[in-house]
Write a protein that binds this ligand. Structure first.
Ligand code: ARG
Ligand code: ZN
Length: 872
């Protein structure tokens, strides 16, 4: 049953105070809740009944104002508790029993190893107690946790600890009080035998905050990077957004069973341990980066999400889009802005653009859903961040800061909408963003067609720009978007020329200029140009659109060498790689131009540039990304072309690649700095080209690196290349790695995923054998993702094998997991959703597998929604 935004009604009742008392036990936990309810003056009166959400709860008793109700006075069903006739203001008490040890869905209260922990967003709180489990009901919580002292010495919840007691029978209790009203999805508790890493932070206004990161005892040596990241994020949010932390303690707990990345529960973040734990020898540079940005993301939620929350789940991007924007800006400010932008756009193009072009396309603010868990999407998160970024660009930095100040001031303590956010942007800037709002309402990726024309006699250059957005499910006709288009013009010497619009009395300062598109078509004429400029379009990727331009390959090589915009240097190179790869896919004998190879060599040897940026410039687009650029995806052709071009570059640039490898070799201890990460990235890219070209010296270097490396970045780079090649040496290396890292769960995930991604002909057989490995567990989402998702999302050529065995394998896993963990099962299905993009044989096979899912009775709403929409 879909839920619609248009049906939103304010809650009939509000809850001011919540007192919870947990008697914790994995087999049977007793939860006593005392809720202070009152009629909402702002709501219309309903039928007199009060419905509370509740699922998988065993109700033992219910009382109103101290009077125990008889069964005739209430009704319980699978979705909740209905109270017939209630006063306008009353105290409700309920007593329920739950079973965390049997909760495999990892929503609500569940067991992870020896810990008990919670995940309540979006609708997990209703698996803990009866409640108005919706984000516009904000209450103050007091929580008492009671548990066995030896099994659960640490008892945590939101806010500050206010009381502790030792109880008879070996139990103890801790009471927590959270002074800030919050929606139920931000509730959390954790109980277990945890070690803690402690530090402190003094806020801008001089308050002391205790910082604690809780980990299982054997991980105590892997929390330092997370702690450093947290302090960096706290300082940055004060400086960039004027936001200070508001409680006396900030706690983070790392758990090994977690469906998503992490969760911003007030004062008590619960994290997938993958985004907390790192030591140079166990985690790669990408892992270190991931930790820094997820720690920052959850911290930033304290203002964008917690202090100001969402009115309803259609507004999810209000907190997620804005918070992703904030974490992206943080990473850009503490590292390289161009590299961060490149990585974010790479993700957007690889995941969000296909989502926007497929059967699950939805607006940043969706207008209906069946299962909200399916809407934690790249559209809501990443396109949502782009929509905030465009508003920041339209307003300019100072005005945008005034607008966010206004937002924080006006809406602190409230549950609001994306509309309220845009109104603050308008209020602070005086701009009319009526048309801009379409970014929240219309799905689909706009396409820009841009042509340039130079008039030598007039010294003028004209760009004509058309926008058009393809239809998406339920939205056949699109209105034009308000698009900020940042451009530059390059002269023959490679430098920026003034972007001087005809009619303006004087040229503007050199550099980038923001044009605004609002109509289906525009013409912009630039003046004062004594030569034909090369346009640098959509600098910094100023809008989430696809650009079709009329630049020549020579223009792109020029931009790749000279553009002052680092992002566009990369983007020019990407387009060159992409066009060549697609040409090779269609025709094996397509020539690989000399000037292309020369451009790659120039980039490779440009020692003045940021190494990380060069590594990005020289990385070919992935097969998965390229497949989105084909009308009918040619899986095998793309794979062959990719290998062909990689090998060609490896052979032609051999000596330079070897020189770059040696010049960037690791000396001394591991350092986590943008500079050192860039060196490792470029060195390992050089190694990859050499290995894939079958170079003997490359192979020797690869073995030597695997032997000698003392950091996981270099180990994994070498292991991945060996695993790709296969053979006895690869198997020996994999075995040795497994022995070395037995018991280190996050490292074992790497061992699984490196095998799942290797495009060897026997990849599926290996993956199926690994399902039976004693270290495999379908109960651990990280392990499932490492093996199953890596195979189906990364190993495109083997997953899409022509016999359909990959599809059958995936659907078996989905059906197995659906009764266990529906959220995870629904996510696994993603690679099958774009089935219409393949050739007719593969379409038939993929559709049959989707139908096999739909034929199963008792599907979860998560899986049902994905499959039914995919087939629609
Ligand atoms: N709010 C979390 C974040 O930081 C994501 C939690 C989503 N959980 C879920 N069950 N859908 O992005
Ligand atoms: Zn988030």
């Amino acid at each position: 049953h879909p839920i619609h935004l248009k049906d939103y009604r304010p809650p009939e009742f509000l809850i001011d105070r919540v007192e919870l008392r947990f008697e914790l036990d994995p087999e049977c936990t007793r939860v006593e809740a005392r809720l202070a309810l009152r009629r909402n003056p702002a709501a219309t009166r309903g039928d007199g009944h009060l419905r509370l959400h509740g699922e998988h709860l065993k109700l033992t008793q219910v009382a109103i104002d101290g009077h125990v109700l008889t069964p005739a006075e209430y009704r319980v069903d699978g979705e909740g508790l209905t109270l017939h006739r209630v006063p306008d203001r009353f105290t409700l008490e309920t007593w329920v029993e739950i079973h965390p040890g049997l909760n495999t869905a990892l929503e609500g209260l569940y067991q992870s190893g020896d810990l008990l922990c919670t995940q309540c967003e979006a609708e997990g709180f209703r698996r803990i107690t009866y409640f108005l489990d919706r984000p516009d009901v904000m209450a103050r919580y007091t929580t008492t946790l009671i548990a066995d002292r030896t099994r659960f010495p640490v008892l945590l919840s939101n806010g500050n600890p206010v009381a502790r007691a030792e109880l008879p029978d070996g139990r103890h209790s801790v009471t927590w009080e959270d002074p800030f009203p919050k929606p139920s999805y931000l509730f959390a508790l954790v109980a277990g035998d945890l070690s803690v890493i402690e530090d402190g932070f003094v806020t801008a206004s001089g308050r002391n905050v205790k910082l604690q990161i809780f980990v299982e005892p054997h991980n105590l040596d892997k929390g330092a990077h997370a702690m450093r990241s947290l302090k960096k994020a706290m300082r940055w949010d004060e400086e960039r957004f004027g936001r200070e932390y508001d409680l006396d303690i900030y706690m983070i707990v790392a758990v090994s069973h977690f469906n998503m990345g992490a969760m911003e529960n007030k004062g008590l973040n619960v994290f997938n341990d993958k985004f907390v734990l790192a030591r140079p020898d166990t985690a790669t540079d990408a892992d270190f980066d991931g930790i820094e940005s997820v720690i920052a993301h959850e911290y930033f939620h304290n203002w964008t999400g917690n202090r100001i929350t969402c009115r309803d789940w259609f507004q999810l991007s209000l907190k997620e889009g804005f918070t992703v924007y904030r974490d992206q800006e943080f990473t850009s400010d503490v590292g390289s802005r161009a590299v961060k932008r490149i990585r974010d756009v790479r993700t957007l193009r690889a995941h969000q653009f296909p989502e926007d072009a497929g059967p699950l396309a939805h607006p940043v603010r969706p207008d209906s859903y069946i299962e909200i868990n399916n809407f934690y999407t790249t559209t809501v998160y990443d396109k949502g961040a782009e929509v905030v970024r465009m508003q920041a660009a339209l307003l300019g930095p100072e005005t945008f800061r005034r607008a966010t100040d206004l937002y924080f001031e006006r809406h602190d303590g409230q549950a609001v909408t994306t509309e309220d956010f845009v109104r603050c942007m308008e209020g602070a800037s005086g701009r009319d963003l009526t048309q801009f709002r379409r970014w929240y309402e219309q799905a689909g990726t706009p396409e820009l067609h841009i042509r340039g024309e130079y008039d030598a006699t007039a010294g003028a250059y004209t760009l004509s720009v058309c926008q058009q957005t393809p239809a998406t499910p339920g939205q056949p006709i699109k209105q034009p978007f308000h698009i900020p288009l940042a451009i530059g013009l390059l002269g023959a010497d490679g430098r920026d020329l003034p972007v001087w619009l005809a009619g303006e009395s004087a040229p503007p300062a050199l550099g980038t200029r923001l044009l605004e598109l609002t109509e289906p078509e525009h013409r912009f004429t630039f003046t004062g140009l004594s030569e034909r400029p090369v346009p640098s379009l959509l600098r910094g990727f100023s809008a989430p659109v696809r650009v079709h331009d009329d630049l020549s390959d020579a223009d792109r090589m020029f931009l790749m060498a000279h553009d002052s915009d680092g992002f566009n240097r990369w983007d020019a190179a990407q387009t060159l790689h992409e066009r060549l790869l697609l040409a090779l896919t269609n025709d094996v004998a397509h020539p690989i131009p000399e000037d292309y190879i020369a451009a790659c060599r120039r980039a490779l040897c440009d020692m003045s540039a940021d190494r990380a940026l060069l590594a990005e410039v020289l990385s070919l687009p992935s097969e998965t990304y390229l497949s989105d650029r084909m009308t009918v995806i040619d899986v095998d052709g793309l794979h062959r072309a990719h290998r062909q071009l990689t090998q060609h570059i490896g052979e032609r640039l051999r000596d330079d690649l070897l020189a770059v490898y040696h010049a960037n070799a690791e000396t001394g201890d591991y350092v986590f700095s943008p500079e050192a990460i860039g060196r490792r990235a470029l060195k390992n890219l050089a190694l990859a080209y050499l290995m894939r070209a079958g170079d003997e010296e490359g192979l020797a270097l690869c073995h030597a690196q695997l032997e000698a490396a003392h950091n996981m970045t270099d180990v994994m780079a070498a292991l991945r290349l060996l695993a790709e090649q296969g053979g006895a040496e690869a198997d020996a290396a994999l075995d040795a790695f497994h022995r070395r890292w037995a018991g280190e769960s996050l490292v074992l995930d790497k061992w699984f995923s490196v095998q799942a991604s290797a495009p060897r002909p026997d990849a599926l057989e290996r993956v199926m054998a690994l399902l039976k490995h004693p270290d495999y567990s379908a109960r651990n989402p990280n392990r499932v993702r490492a093996l199953v998702s890596t195979f189906s999302n990364v190993n495109q050529v083997r997953f899409h094998a022509a016999d359909g065995a990959g599809y059958h394998f995936l659907v078996d896993r989905v059906l197995e997991l659906d009764p266990v963990n529906p959220l995870l099962a629904a996510r696994l299905l993603k690679p099958l959703v774009r089935w219409r993009r393949f050739d007719s044989e593969r379409q038939t096979l993929m559709r049959a597998e989707l139908e096999r899912v739909l034929g199963r009775s008792e599907l979860s709403s998560d899986v049902f929604e994905v499959v039914s929409k995919a087939l629609a």
